[in-house]
Design a protein around this ligand. Structure first.
Ligand code: ADP
Ligand code: MG
Length: 627
């Protein structure tokens, strides 16, 4: 061994190793999945680099992963003939943690380990700390590796007990690639059993597309041979009709590290002008950071079976970023880069057809309402970015939206526009909706009184994004959308019923009263008028149809943008006892107090907040003290 030195692990690695060794009680077997996955990645990387440098193959392109067990010496050895590592790469990859997400992950583990809870083992792979999982079962790990294309004497030796440091040196290594030797802990002897190892491979690595061979003893011939234990054929290349549901699920788990079954998937061999295979899944576990629009979508890109890149986000629009899976294209150039992806017309066309595929898959999922509700609960909020982002598919997207409505007493979003339209009453031309901060404030909004009385269904929109989304949706099957907190002259037209019309007599009677209020409030409001839309409530505020709505103004404010002050219409219910009472008040100050109180109440019901809540409280207390 030459150039031997002892180096210290980065502090995060030390932490991680400590946690791995001391907190991972069950599911220790995942170490093998991690090492096989690294070996398989290493082969993918070599194939990719050899596209431009065929010499890297070193005349050996018979790719495989080999695993052998030495029961006596308590060793498991995993070797591959992939890309290998240089000395510098070994130090970087097996001594530090580069990804910032992983560091956050360790912090979160640290917390939970203090609480003596167990590490969630499937997180380990997801966060790319896979190699270190070898220390779960091994008290000493040796790595021998040589980077493809490097001379034989530039092999690298690495050894560690997973404590604070590791040893590194140069060695001769004939075969390209990496060999990992695990000295199995006494407590983990169970893994020295060949059947156990084969079972673990089938469980986690069945769909690795290169052969995984295990060194097996043939009793009859009294000698060892390499037995291939997986199919070693990429699942997506196989004929759909020969793939079982279970195989699709297992493949998904291997692809994503998610341990739960996907909600649905779609596998397609596309032929014709463009040739590609797509395998798309909707996961049932939501990644923690998916709300973020910068979240990388999980489609893997292959070109002619060669793995090209992770997270090719150009393949799907952002509002479908929850889709996981892969694409294998026959038409793309093998040397395609992320930059080229953005401008490539093949990618552009693929994105169009893939988007349609996903939308159709969702459409078919609506036939299983329980599953669709599950989907909507998890991804509805993200999907709602659709109408704004994907104008071409807007009609299809709108059909897939789900809402809360006054039809049922259910805060869950489970009503489609199709259902709504079927229930529209005679003469109804518009789809009515109300946006608000939360379900309760929407459900109890005074705006609904009239609609409830008339039996007209109203959609209740309470997600932050809703107001913004609705500004991109103009119509559904020829019916326009109408916010019921906005002025709507057509409503009177639509429900021409005696009891809805304010009689001229009353109008006349209230004329001076309205003027008095208008004079009192001045430009605090836009207009005072009577309304027949209220029953229990004395007064509400509404906005004109061309005015920004309250919810939209809140959105802008939350985003730190300046918004013009909303000028409300102040609408009074002439049948309400309070209004009738105020009508008779002669005292100017008392009248004014009453009106301000009513206005504040109406604004509070609409906005959920007041500019000066203390003044409001003061007024109420004033009134109360007079009881
Ligand atoms: P990840 O696989 O998510 O990157 P790991 O901890 O599993 O994280 O591996 C860290 C890095 O070590 C890999 O990214 C790779 O660069 C390198 N590595 C691990 N195993 C091998 C291997 N068998 N051959 C080549 N490089 C490897
Ligand atoms: Mg890995």
């Amino acid at each position: 061994m030459k150039k031997k030195e002892t180096l210290s692990f980065q502090s995060e690695v030390k932490q991680l190793l400590h946690l791995m060794i001391h907190s991972l009680y069950s599911n220790k077997e995942i170490f093998l999945r991690e090492l096989i996955s690294n070996a398989s990645d290493a082969v993918d990387k070599l194939k990719f680099q050899a596209l431009s440098k065929p010499d890297l193959y070193e005349n050996n392109s018979n790719f495989k992963i080999q695993i052998s067990i030495d029961k006596e010496k308590k060793l498991i050895t995993i070797s591959d003939n992939g890309i290998g590592m240089t000395r510098k790469e070994v130090i970087e990859n097996l001594g530090t943690i580069a990804k910032s997400g992983t560091k956050d992950f360790i912090k979160s583990l640290n917390l939970s380990s203090n609480n003596k809870t167990e590490i969630n083992s499937h997180l380990i792979g997801q966060f790319g700390v896979g190699f270190y999982s070898s220390f779960i079962v091994a008290d000493k790990v040796i790595v021998k590796t040589r980077a493809a294309g490097n001379p034989i004497d530039q092999g690298v030796f690495w050894k560690s007990k997973g404590e604070g440091n590791y040893e590194i040196a140069n060695i001769n290594k004939e075969l390209r690639g990496t060999e990992i030797i695990l000295h199995i802990r006494e407590k983990c002897k169970e893994f020295l059993d060949i059947w156990r190892i084969k079972t673990i491979i089938s469980k986690y690595s069945e769909h690795i597309s290169l052969p995984i061979e295990v060194k097996t003893y043939n009793e009859k011939e009294k000698k060892y041979f390499w037995e291939q234990v997986n199919k070693a054929q990429a699942l997506w290349l196989r004929n759909k009709s020969n793939i079982s549901e279970n195989e699709y699920k297992e493949f998904y788990k291997q692809l994503t590290y998610d341990q739960t079954d996907p909600i649905i998937w779609s596998h397609n061999h596309v032929e014709g002008k463009q040739e590609y295979i797509s395998l798309l899944y909707i996961p049932s576990t939501i990644p923690w950071d998916i709300r973020n629009r910068d979240y990388k979508n999980g489609l893997k890109l292959y070109v002619q079976r060669v793995f090209i890149m992770e997270d090719a986000e150009q393949l799907l629009p952002k509002y479908l970023r929850f889709i996981r899976g892969l694409i294998d294209s026959n038409d793309l150039p093998l040397n395609i880069s992320r930059e080229i992806l953005q401008k490539n017309s093949i990618i552009h066309n693929m994105k169009i057809t893939l988007t349609k595929k996903v939308l159709n898959m969702l459409m078919s999922l609506t036939k299983q309402p329980k599953k669709y509700n599950d989907f909507w609960k998890k991804y509805g909020l993200i999907f709602k970015e659709g109408p704004a982002e994907d104008i071409k598919n807007k009609n299809l997207i709108i059909k897939l939206l789900r809402f809360t409505s006054t039809f049922n007493n259910d805060a869950e979003q489970n009503i489609s526009l199709n259902e709504y339209v079927k229930r529209m009453i005679k003469g109804q031309k518009k789809i009515y909706f109300l946006t608000s901060d939360n379900y309760l404030s929407a459900k109890n909004s005074p705006h609904l009184e009239f609609f409830n009385k008339k039996g007209i269904e109203v959609l209740l929109l309470v997600d932050h994004i809703d107001e913004w989304m609705m500004s991109y949706i103009n119509e559904f099957e020829g019916k326009t959308f109408q916010s019921i907190s906005k002025q709507d002259d057509s409503l009177d037209e639509f429900i021409k019923n005696k009891d809805n019309i304010i009689e001229d007599k009353i109008k006349k009677e209230f004329q001076p009263f309205l003027k008095k209020i208008q004079d009192l409030l001045g430009n605090k409001i836009k207009k005072v008028k009577l309304t027949n839309k209220l029953i229990k409530t004395p007064a509400i505020v509404t906005t004109d149809s061309n005015e920004m709505s309250t919810q939209m103004a809140k959105l802008f404010a939350a985003a730190g943008q300046e918004t013009p002050e909303i000028k409300y219409n102040f609408e009074l219910n002439p049948n309400h006892i309070l209004i009738k009472k105020i009508l008779t008040i002669k005292d100017k100050d008392y009248f004014s107090e009453f009106i301000y109180l009513l206005l504040d109440e109406a604004i509070l019901a609409e906005k959920g907040t007041l500019e000066d809540p203390n003044q409001f409280i003061h007024r109420i207390n004033n009134f109360l003290s007079k009881i």
